[in-house]
Design a protein around this ligand. Structure first.
Ligand SMILES: [Zn+2]
Length: 196
């Protein structure tokens, strides 16, 4: 299933950049292609309004909301004005569409070192043009995997500290401070790596 779905129904705009706040919500404040979050990348400034079908080749879609995607500057820059020819599309050489499918299930497989393995022609095409195995994305996947492993452990420590505080009838100030720090760390990690 696709990670992203269109929920917003923005009024027509003459400048496609004005759709950014709507795209931000529809794309869960994450890059459509690498899925990195604003929390991880340091805010919405590094995110751009991307044309899935490039604006130089599909001039009638420049302001079409369904053709606009929320993307980080890195992915947008690599994808740029690329679009496959009819013959390439017939061979399956196209961009995976994160609004219709899950590229990381259907076309690519994430490896332990954070790189991606291409499963289909679509995966090869998407990876070769957006460079989804670039070092900064491998790092993001490794850190996210580590966070997924760490979160249950941090939650268990928080639970132990809570029990300790209850047993000491709330008189353990240091434990309460540690608990606060761990809870902040858990929330920050969930937001940063979009973990439920
Ligand atoms: Zn990206």
């Amino acid at each position: 299933m696709a990670l992203f779905a269109r929920r917003e129904n923005p009024p027509a705009k003459s400048n496609y950049r004005e759709y950014k706040p709507f795209l931000r919500r529809d794309f869960l404040a994450r890059c459509a292609y690498c899925e990195r979050t604003e929390e991880y990348l340091g805010g919405d400034e590094v995110f751009e309004v991307e044309h899935f079908k490039p604006k130089s080749k599909f001039t009638d879609l420049i302001c079409a909301y369904h053709n606009l995607y929320y993307a980080c500057g890195g992915c947008n820059g690599h994808k740029w004005e690329t679009w496959p020819s009819g013959a390439q599309i017939a061979r399956g050489q196209r961009f995976a569409d994160p609004c219709l499918e899950d590229p990381y299930v259907h076309h690519l497989r994430e490896l332990e070192d954070g790189d991606v393995e291409e499963l289909t022609e679509c995966g090869v095409y998407s990876n070769s043009h957006i460079r989804l195995g670039r070092p900064e994305l491998r790092r993001w996947r490794r850190l996210r995997n580590q966070a997924r492993q760490d979160l249950p452990k941090l939650t268990a420590v928080a639970r132990l500290l809570e029990q300790l505080i209850v047993a000491n009838q709330g008189s353990d100030g240091e434990a309460a401070e540690q608990l606060g720090a761990i809870k902040r760390r858990i929330e920050e990690s969930k937001l940063r790596f979009s973990i439920d």
